[in-house]
Each structure stands twice: as C-alpha cells, then as structure tokens.
Design a protein around this ligand. Sequence first.
Ligand SMILES: *[C@@H]1O[C@H](CO)[C@@H](O)[C@H](O)[C@H]1NC(C)=O
Ligand SMILES: *[C@@H]1O[C@H](CO)[C@@H](O)[C@H](O)[C@H]1NC(C)=O
Length: 249
Amino acid sequence: MYVNNRIAVLKICLLFLSFIFDITANPCEFNVKVEQGIHNEGFHRNITYRILFNTEEDEERWLYRDCIVGLEQTLPPGVYTNPDELGDLRRTNRLNAIPKNPINIELPAEQSDPSTVYVMDNIRHNEAYLWLPVHARYHQAVSGGSTARNEIEAPKLYLRCPDQRLELCNKAVVPSISLLCNGSSKEKCSWKVIPYTMMTDTLIWDVPVGNTDHYYIVAVGTSVVIVVGSMYLLKTIHEYKVGLRKKTL
Ligand SMILES: *[C@@H]1O[C@H](CO)[C@@H](O)[C@H](O)[C@H]1NC(C)=O
Ligand SMILES: *[C@@H]1O[C@H](CO)[C@@H](O)[C@H](O)[C@H]1NC(C)=O
C-alpha cells in the first residue's frame, strides 16, 4: 500500500514536470515566408514557390540548417500533375515531386476529384525554390462558352532535419506527421508541420470552356470548305485536261 502511494505521487510529479516542461519548452520562433506564382500561358503552366527561412538572428538559423522542406499541394479537380512527367523529372534529378495518389490524366474536370502532390527540396542559404508543372483539364463544352475558375489553395509546409532538433520545439507549435521521405522511395519519415506567412495572392487560373454553339458553325464551315475545295479541284483538273488536249491537238 505504502509503495503504491509513493509510485502514485511520483507519477503525479512526473506528469506535473512534463506539463511544466511542455509549456516552457522552446517555442521555436519560425519565421517562414512563402511567395508563390503561376507562370506561362495556356493549358500547361508552372507553379513556383520561393520559401524564405529568415533569418537575421543567428540563434534561429540552427533551426533550418541542412533540413529538407516539403510542400503538400492540393489541386482542384480542374488542374492536375502528370505522374509520368514527375517521374522523369525525379529520375533526372531536376525535381523531387510525387503525387500522393494515382492521378487519371484523361478525365475531364467534371469527372475528377481534387488531387494532392508532394514537392521536396533541400534548404540552401536559408532559402528553397520549388516548382511544379501543372496542366488544366478540359471542361465539357457549354452553350455560349465561358471560363472555369480554378482556385489553387495554399500548400502545407513541412520540415525534416537530419537530427532531433525540432523535437525540442513545443509540440503544439510543430506537430509531427508521417509522410514519404522523398519521391525516390516508398519509405515514410517523420515531418514537422511548420507555420508560415503567405506573401502573395491565392493562385487563380481561369480556363476557357468550349462553346457548343460553335460546333454548328464549325460543322457548316467545314462542309462549305469541303464543297468549295472539291469544286475548285475539279475545275483545275478539268482545265488541266482541256489544256493537255489543246496541246496534243
Ligand atoms: C518552372 O520554373 C522553374 C523556375 O523558374 C524552372 O526552373 C523550371 O524549369 C520551370 N519548368 C517548366 C516546366 O517550365
Ligand atoms: C530517399 O529516402 C530514402 C530513405 O530515407 C533514402 O535512403 C534515399 O537516399 C533518399 N533519396 C534521395 C534522392 O534523397
């Protein structure tokens, strides 16, 4: 009985101590800024992310040195990444990006779901520059035509360091998550979710939607071209034959 009591008291003390430790643990002042942009024109574009791990103060720099940054980008149904293209980029060491789930690149936007892709890179000189090639899905044509708006939400940011340094941060500030280590292996690693400030606007991509009304115009136009073209061809052949006959006469 006496021993049990002592253990209980010890447990309470430990609980109390770990509580005190947790709230006084290093809060790890993250000062991360992200600038995103979407480049090129048409149905194939390039999203870029510039991630700045600030810092002027030397005592914060240890937090990021030699770490790997990972982005989790969710794309709306109207936008996709091509898994084969990402595979080529990985194999040639140009980009470490991998889709979270299989992606069907053939489907029109109406039959697609949002998809998620991971992009990773090392931090160099307190900075990481990531990019992602993206493509627009076709939308089913509607009468009158229009544009479909794709709004690309801000990515989630993760950090993975070669040691346990992030474990020293307050758990509430940097919760852990188990994700792929990189695109080249199926192995999972423990990443930390890092808060950041987005410095640029939400990415908006308006995609033109075909006009079903145009189909009739196109069909009529095509027929006219075929008829006129055939008549012109027949006329030319006829003239050629007449010319030949005249020559031989
Ligand atoms: C996207 O932009 C990045 C950075 O400017 C560049 O390195 C990359 O080659 C571009 N990719 C494509 C597919 O245009
Ligand atoms: C990917 O992660 C695995 C497991 O941690 C590691 O062995 C491999 O070297 C990594 N590859 C690259 C290209 O970083």
